[in-house]
Ligand binder design. Structure first.
Ligand SMILES: [Fe+2]
Length: 383
């Protein structure tokens, strides 16, 4: 029996057109002044305006900070903080992909607790209360909307700082699948495969427990069943909704357990070679499943039993190998590279990459013990 402490901190509101409820939801949290944190692409797509209109209709004063970039840095946070200090918001809205949501969390840390981002690197470093926040995700990927962590890079050293605090959890995740339909195909591919990896890695993480596994299973069902659909028919709103909900549940699964070796292998590829997170995770995950499957094949089998008979899902009998092939096939259908050589990552760097991978926090949660030599072997397998 595995003890756990599941405390739901984020209300989840889901449905097409639900962005129109943003004003009402902010009002329920007592806010009259709202800072919306977004990025220029989402603003250009017209999504942010729909949220702002909804807020203004509820007589809420709104200021838009649209300076967030991909992989938010301390500079993006500092620019948002400057605006927050002038505008004095009572609530923050993270409107966009994981970058906008994480940047909103970063601004909130500094606005309410002072100091700089590195002061919050780790867990539970914010001593004072934080402002309430609402997440409006426009991708189906990171699951930041249901996690208490913000990933912010140091603008000078490029070191990614994971800042976690339960107070940094969004009070509401407003999931409107209509906002995800206009994503460019590559964003759909990169964020979708990342979400699949979140479901599969959290399901077998050392810290898994009945609560996290419930979210992992449902996330697997939704993501595994809908990913191929959103690739072939990007306008399929039901499939988009399935992906969005799956990514959200996968976020809850991570929040209640953790990730594993695929994320440990991916991070050095991103920092040292600029490989996009989803590309790196999607490429390494099948190899990690084959590696883990030798020790915990039964766990993957059990997960496949949940989707047995489901259209397109691998059979339980195909086991972890079938699951690994399925993930590799999904990534390839989404147009992602399948081999490290295609990304110009030289074999001579594998030792350095593996040393870095072994230092990643997520490595220690992998179900099978994994050391530097194993990481080298996994990079080789993916070459
Ligand atoms: Fe990820």
């Amino acid at each position: 029996m595995t003890p756990f402490d599941y405390y739901p901190r984020t209300r989840i509101v889901f449905g097409p057109g639900k962005v129109a409820a943003l004003g009402e939801l902010a009002g329920e949290l007592g806010a009259r002044r709202v800072l919306v944190v977004s990025d220029p692409g989402i603003v250009a797509a017209g999504h942010t305006a729909r949220g702002i209109v909804a807020l203004e209709r509820a007589d809420i004063d709104v200021w838009l900070y649209d300076g967030v970039g991909e992989n938010p840095t301390t500079e993006h946070v500092a620019a948002g903080l400057k605006i927050a200090k002038r505008f004095e918001p009572e609530l923050l809205v993270g409107f966009g992909g994981g970058s906008s949501m994480d940047c909103a969390k970063g601004i909130n840390f500094l606005y309410t607790n002072g100091g700089e981002v590195r002061d919050y690197w780790g867990i539970g470093k914010a001593a004072r209360p934080m402002l309430p926040m609402i997440a409006v995700p426009t991708t189906a990927g990171t699951g930041s909307e249901t996690q208490s962590f913000a990933l912010i890079s140091d603008a000078k050293t490029h070191v990614k700082m994971a800042c976690g605090d339960k107070k940094a959890s969004f009070r509401v995740a407003l999931l409107d699948p209509e906002l995800t339909v206009t994503q460019p195909p590559r964003v759909t591919a990169l964020t979708g495969i990342d979400a699949v990896a979140h479901a599969l890695e959290s399901y077998v993480a050392r810290t898994r427990n009945p609560a996290s596994m419930a979210f992992s299973r449902e996330a697997w069902l939704l993501l595994g069943g809908n990913f191929a659909h959103v690739i072939t028919d990007p306008s399929d709103l039901d499939a988009r909704g399935g992906m969005q909900l799956g990514a959200c549940f996968a976020g809850l699964a991570i929040e209640n357990s953790m990730l594993g070796a695929a994320h440990a292998l991916a991070n050095p590829l991103t920092t040292q070679f600029g490989v996009a997170h989803g590309q790196a995770v999607g490429m390494m995950l099948p190899h990690v499943i084959r590696f883990n499957g030798q020790e915990c094949g039964q766990w993957y089998f059990e997960l496949l039993e949940c989707t047995a008979g489901g259209n397109g899902f691998p059979t339980p009998q195909s086991g972890y190998r079938g699951l690994a092939d399925f993930v590799g096939d999904l990534a390839s259908r989404a147009g992602l590279a399948g081999r490290l050589r295609e990304l110009d990552v030289p074999q001579g760097c594998f030792d350095a990459l593996a040393t870095d991978a072994a230092k990643q926090w997520t490595a220690e949660f992998n179900p099978r013990k994994v050391g530097v030599d194993d990481f080298v072997a996994l990079y080789r397998a993916a070459y």
